[in-house]
Design a protein around this ligand. Structure first.
Ligand code: ZN
Length: 114
């Protein structure tokens, strides 16, 4: 997690910190809350870049990944439809909620080292 100080007028990043306290202190003592604001940046799971939340084909979150890692083989998740309990099982129809939980447990088993 990183904290960036943004100049409200220009939208430029002026400072970057690893703790919220430092970032807030910086605004308070070096800038002003009237001209600057703090945004929280969630880093990619593999590198220091800014990550965006990604989802697999079923809409299940796979965490935050930057564009570069997401497009590379560092991204370990499937982007297409993979086999789930529902599609592999006896074909009964499940409501949305239990389908979600079935997918989630398949997914957790498969990626349990994360
Ligand atoms: Zn990355």
């Amino acid at each position: 997690m990183k904290y960036r100080i943004i100049n409200d007028k220009t939208n430029e990043v002026e400072e970057e910190f690893y703790t919220k306290e430092e970032a807030l202190d910086c605004i308070e003592f070096e800038f002003s809350f009237e001209t600057h604001s703090m945004i929280r940046v969630i880093q990619c799971r593999e590198c220091d870049n800014e990550g965006h939340e990604r989802q697999d084909w079923y809409g299940i979150s796979t965490g935050y990944w930057c564009d570069e890692c997401y497009e590379s083989n560092r991204y370990p998740y499937r982007k297409d439809a993979y086999e789930t309990i529902e599609r592999h099982g006896r074909g009964e129809r499940l409501d949305d909620e239990s389908r979600h939980w079935n997918n989630l447990s398949t997914y957790n088993e498969r990626f349990s080292d994360y």
